[in-house]
Design a protein around this ligand. Structure first.
Ligand code: DX5
Ligand code: ZN
Length: 229
């Protein structure tokens, strides 16, 4: 069975103190960091890029980084994220994942290229789909990737409402792949995590649900318990 993991999206933390804010979430019990890269094109906003992620790696050599590339040309930034590549010194586990959107690669026939290039650099690979994208688009590639990211908001910003209708996709992927990681991202909080867990998601991203609550550790442990059940 897939391990239940809670990932903190740092998008809405105090990003000027990114390493400290990441540490704060890790101390509160999150299992990994979800790093939202935004380019001002695939989504309107611009967040931070691979250079910042590479710097963050030196502060956090043993933490899993899920790099969520909300950018139009993920084919052009694989090497830059690979600069943050790391393996766990004890377990050998790959700690850097390149998660890109099928909407950006499929129309240009670049999906396979991105998967192959990320692998060549030793990274784990995640394939994301936005709410408006039918599951059929990603199905041909799921055998080859480590994780499917089912977006539960329209990508672009934190603090939006969880789209429960996307759970249909989670259920379908889980039925086909009992052992593969499925991540949900967007609007996941203590109140919405159950729906995602019930559908079969095991990697749970939460941004404002972690950083904009009174008791971070309580929110994280509550969400984790829901997914472990
Ligand atoms: C949305 C980003 C998410 C977002 C999550 O475009 O991909 O990772 O920051 O934030 P919450 O949990 O607040 O929806
Ligand atoms: Zn994200």
């Amino acid at each position: 069975k897939c391990a239940a993991r809670i990932g903190a999206s740092v998008l809405d933390c105090d990003t000027a103190s990114l390493a400290a804010e990441a540490q704060r979430a890790l101390r509160a019990g999150v299992d990994y960091l979800h790093l939202d890269v935004m380019d001002g094109h695939f989504v309107p906003a611009i967040s931070f890029g691979p250079a910042v992620i590479a710097k963050l790696r030196s502060h956090l050599p043993k933490v899993f980084f899920d790099c969520h590339m909300m950018i139009n040309k993920p084919d052009e930034h694989v090497e830059a994220i690979a600069a943050a590549m790391a393996k766990h010194p004890d377990t050998g586990e790959v700690l850097t994942q390149y998660t890109f959107h099928i909407e950006t690669t499929e129309p240009r026939g670049k999906t396979q290229e991105v998967i192959d290039n990320a692998r060549k650099h030793g990274m784990r690979v995640g394939l994301a789909l936005s709410p408006g994208t039918p599951l059929e688009q990603v199905l041909p590639y799921l055998d080859q990737v480590d994780m499917t990211l089912v977006m539960t908001v329209v990508p672009g910003k934190g603090g939006q409402s969880f789209m429960v209708d996307q759970m249909e996709k989670v259920r379908a992927v889980r039925a086909k792949y009992p052992d593969k990681d499925i991540e949900v991202d967007g609007g996941v909080k203590v109140h919405t995590v159950d729906e995602a867990a019930k559908a079969g998601a095991n990697m749970i991203v939460s941004g404002t649900g972690v950083y904009k609550v009174e008791d971070m550790a309580l929110a994280v442990s509550t969400m984790k318990r829901s997914v472990e059940l």
